[in-house]
Design a protein around this ligand. Sequence first.
Ligand code: AMP
Ligand code: MG
Length: 320
Amino acid sequence: MGTDLTVTITGLPDEKVDEAAADAIAEVERIEALMSTWRRESPLSLLNRDAGENWVVTDYEILKVLEVALHYARLTGGAFDVTAGPLVRLWGFFGSEERRPPTDEKIAEALKKTGFSNVEVDPDHVAVRFKVMGMEIDFGGIAKGYAVDRAVAELKKQGADNSLVDLGGNIRGIGSPAGREAWNIAVRDPRDRTGILGILQLNSAEGNWGVASSGQYERYFEYEGRRYGHIIDPRTGRPVEGMLGATIVAPDAMTADALSTSVFVLGRKEGERLIESQEGVEGILIIPRDSGGVTIRISHAIADKFQLLDSVKDAEIEVF
Ligand code: AMP
Ligand code: MG
């Protein structure tokens, strides 16, 4: 999945830890093998190859994740859209050569091959079809969260009830670290590859939680002084601007993953409205200030769980 996986297990005897961790890692690898679009023979790649021509019978889990993705596409008016793949590819964040923005013509062309409403699903036959040739599904905005949820389910089976899985910032914890009350989750400073803005303390005594963060810091290129990131607004065909980061806390990691990408695309006003409308969902938005520095907008239910780092001098917190 092009990112790092960390499994943290506490409160288990050493010999059990290896086994539990191995199961969690194997589960993430299994889902990667299913849903990768980098691997040309993965079931999702095969679906992408053929669904423009015919109904394709696919894997049950692919269908499940697709249905969740389509739910969030409808909920966000297409801000979250797993058919944005041709645009992501066009903007080309995955090569190492020098990048420049594509022409308007190319963007318009790629836009024709997107649109969640062009995906048809036949749940009874576990089949999918695209209404337009050249479309593709890219689970980059949701599959990591799904994989984390599945990995945590494996940990539970092994009795690792105080553990945490972190797949590239898609995190789910259960229980609490041995001897402590809550998990400390670092919220990254989206302006800087290694910096941290603050710590979010999450305790599963208050219910299940998953966390996900989206930002243009993971994959981007710079051209003539502007930064172009890997999260595309499917409504314009261009990378989102004006947001630095969005962190979502939700009852599970897949929901958090889909919503962090969604909120990032929607921006402050609509993003906050979406957070408020969803049961059990909280969020942190990091927005650049004209005068320099950032505003951290945090939903009220988690405001007292977030601690800004003392070393961060140019951030202002606002609660919504
Ligand atoms: P995340 O890091 O979860 O926010 O997901 C970002 C990834 O999702 C990108 O690298 C793309 O693969 C994909 N993506 C980009 N834009 C969108 C979008 N508007 N909706 C859904 N997925 C997207
Ligand atoms: Mg996401």
